[in-house]
Design a protein around this ligand. Structure first.
Ligand SMILES: Cc1cc2nc3c(=O)[nH]c(=O)nc-3n(C[C@H](O)[C@H](O)[C@H](O)COP(=O)(O)OP(=O)(O)OC[C@H]3O[C@@H](n4cnc5c(N)ncnc54)[C@H](O)[C@@H]3O)c2cc1C
Length: 419
């Protein structure tokens, strides 16, 4: 690695990659340092294991009508679906499939709860989403409502700021990437140079410029874009000299990453009988509620989604507990016979990955305003990027992408002003 750069970027997820590509396009001198052995971070597609692609992290093009990855997918020939399904489609409720009118009533209850929390966040104080749900109880759908808040924010309603929830701009166009969102992010940045297996452990920003400690020696740059998850920073996995301002430490802590995990289960033949991708929610009292994407294909795959404290507890129960819970939900709905046709199972553990530390950011009640602090530049040379550093499209892959591009422009201006 050459010794001196205008901009150093820490972390090659969607944000860091976008920053690097923006700098590459204008001929800036930069270096992109990634701790793990691959790029993409939470944008990660496995392409061969189940005989078809599946996304361990991001999968839906949220705000697809304005999402910059839609034209990128078109240019690269990546396929995506342009239908957004209702939240609850096929509902397994306790002992059987719910009638369509019951599933619709459940979906209406979830929509109404989202609307109520959004409205409260737009006009009222920054309070826990649970306070709103307590004022307008969802009755028999309370568990399902809680489950959907966990899926959307990775956090349970008592831990969700109403202001933060309302600040997210949902255009209601959410399109799944058939060929894999992670693969799309990777393909778009295929020519971006990156130093893999190169964790940054310390950033010295005393004096002029920055000095980054890595296993391959010190990297010097005029400015640095820190594009790692808030959890990594909150856990102090990168140290700083001088210390970062306390106001930033507060912000990392307030923008926690909740838990959202997936389990992919591959079968040796079709066991579902659907002829198109189908959404299924399995609700049983005393067991984790699980959402499934059922993907038909040569090797049928069911992808189970579990989020919030229930997912966290299953991870803590140790190896296999999350996968077992998801398999159990699937066999409850489709019958024990399908268990014999299981060919492969793969569970994520984003929360346990020390380089990530969770799923996506959600502001704790009362502290939604702290997101804006991640847009501050510290000492004219430290900038932050990533999904958490966005005011209206946080927690998304395209938000991370736009954050990286924005930080790249600001970092280069500062670097050149300091030259
Ligand atoms: C289960 C799940 C489902 C999701 N679904 C969707 C979805 O459908 N649609 C959507 O838009 N979004 C979704 N998301 C969120 C989306 O994936 C993220 O918001 C986005 O990918 C975050 O990008 P990022 O660049 O901010 O961070 P990351 O992708 O986390 O990248 C950070 C990078 O920093 C690296 N790093 C960490 N520490 C260091 C260090 N010390 N030195 C160097 N490098 C370091 C990490 O290895 C990582 O590569 C989902 C996420 C999860 C987990």
């Amino acid at each position: 690695m050459p010794a001196d750069y205008e901009v150093a970027i820490v972390g090659a997820g969607a944000a860091g990659l976008a920053a690097a590509r923006a700098l590459m396009d204008v001929g800036a001198r930069f270096v992109l340092l990634e701790a793990s052995g691959r790029t993409g971070g939470r944008a990660f597609t496995e392409t061969t294991r189940f005989g078809q692609t599946w996304d361990l992290g991001c999968h839906w093009l949220h705000a697809a009508d304005t999402n910059p990855f839609v034209p990128i997918a078109d240019a690269l020939g990546f396929r995506y679906r342009t239908t957004s399904t209702r939240l609850v489609r096929n509902l397994w409720l306790e002992g059987g499939w719910a009638a369509p009118e019951v599933a619709n009533a459940a979906a209406d209850a979830v929509d109404a709860a989202f609307d109520a929390v959004r409205a409260a966040g737009e006009t009222g104080p920054d309070e826990p989403a649970q306070a709103v749900l307590d004022r307008a109880p969802a009755g028999q759908w309370a568990d399902l409502v809680r489950h959907w808040f966990c899926l959307m924010t990775a956090s349970p309603p008592p831990g969700i700021s109403t202001r933060d929830f309302a600040a997210y701009r949902d255009t209601e166009f959410n399109w799944p990437v058939i060929d894999g969102y992670g693969a799309l992010v990777r393909a778009h940045h295929a020519h971006v140079p990156v130093e893999l297996d190169c964790p940054v452990t310390h950033i010295d920003w005393s004096g002029g410029g920055v000095r980054l400690a890595t296993p391959r020696g010190e990297v010097r740059a005029r400015t640095v874009i820190i594009a790692v998850p808030t959890a990594v920073l909150a856990q102090g996995r990168i140290t700083f000299a001088p210390h970062l301002p306390v106001s930033l430490a507060e912000a990392f802590d307030a923008l926690r990453l909740g838990v959202a995990e997936k389990v992919a289960i591959g079968f040796d033949r079709d066991v579902f009988g659907y002829d198109e991708r189908t959404g299924v929610t399995v609700c049983r009292s005393g067991a984790a509620t699980v959402n499934f994407q059922i993907l038909p294909g040569e090797r049928p795959v069911a992808i189970g989604h579990v989020a919030g404290p229930v997912a966290g507890a299953l991870l803590e129960d140790g190896a296999g507990a999350l996968a077992d819970a998801v398999r159990s939900a699937l066999t409850a709905a489709f019958g024990n016979d399908i268990a014999e046709r299981v060919a492969d199972v793969r569970a994520t553990n984003w929360a346990g990955d020390p380089l990530i530390g969770g799923a996506y950011s959600c502001a704790v009640p009362g502290l939604a305003h702290l997101r804006a602090r991640l847009l501050d530049t510290v000492g004219d040379r430290l900038l932050f990027a990533g999904e958490a550093a966005r005011l209206h499209d946080f927690s998304t892959c395209h938000g991370a992408h736009l954050s990286g591009i924005d930080a790249a422009g600001r970092a280069l201006r500062l670097a050149r002003a300091a030259a």
